[in-house]
Ligand binder design. Structure first.
Ligand code: 3PG
Length: 213
């Protein structure tokens, strides 16, 4: 199920790698305070599902989703944890079939024209573009946008605050994401004020204001 509607108005999504459920709430609050109310928790740590569940239960105003989703069985797990959307670096037939069954907003990954067209055939307008900088960055997105005018992108991978505006300025870019907003050292130190500061700086740099209807 395409995630365009859910992500309407969202322009920056923190992509978080975290393995400590006890920091889920201060972390989400720190981002929310900087107007980043949509957060992707990657399924790359043993406790990622607990982190998602903590946020979903205790901070319902935050839209929490699961990232790095790669297998059909993970959809049941993330839905049970309360994830409101799912993001994948790619897509597989079994995964797409499971998404259709679970009816969860999903952003599958695509880099090539064929991958994008395959996903469009399955109803996806919005696709994740990963690893954005290594794949060709804004230049590749501009090139793909010409023959694929309906395509909309959620680029992640190597994006920095300095590059954020270049991506957000492209009409084909719905939103961008990345881990620069939640550096591992600040998470380990529990420095959530610094995380709010980074999020605010990025938002200012990108001339960004998230809005929800
Ligand atoms: C992702 O899963 O989207 C990426 O790991 C984010 O990339 P970054 O860490 O380079 O921001």
């Amino acid at each position: 199920m395409d995630a365009t509607k859910l992500l309407h108005g969202v322009r920056i999504v923190p992509v978080v790698v975290v393995d400590d459920p006890s920091i889920a709430i201060p972390l989400a609050e720190a981002l929310y305070e900087a107007d980043l109310g949509t957060i992707e928790i990657t399924l790359r740590t043993p406790s990622a599902l607990d982190v998602i569940e903590n946020i979903a239960v205790k901070l319902p105003e935050v839209v929490v989703g699961a990232g790095s989703v790669r297998a059909a069985n993970q959809l049941t797990q993330i839905k049970n944890a309360g994830a409101r959307f799912a993001v994948s670096p790619g897509s597989g037939q079994q995964l797409l079939d499971a998404v259709a069954k679970h009816e969860i907003p999903f952003v599958p990954g695509a880099v090539t024209a064929s991958e994008i067209i395959n996903l469009q055939e399955r109803g996806y307008t919005l696709t994740k573009f990963f690893p954005a900088e290594l794949a060709g960055g804004t230049k590749l997105l501009k090139a793909l946008g010409a023959p694929l005018p309906e395509a909309r992108f959620f680029p992640t991978g190597g994006i920095t605050p300095e590059l954020a505006m270049d991506y957000l300025a492209l009409p084909s870019v719905t939103c961008i994401g990345g881990s620069w907003l939640t550096p591992a050292d600040l998470l380990a130190a529990g420095d959530f004020r610094a995380i709010t500061r980074i999020a605010r700086e990025t938002a200012t740099l990108a001339g960004y204001q998230e809005f929800r209807e």
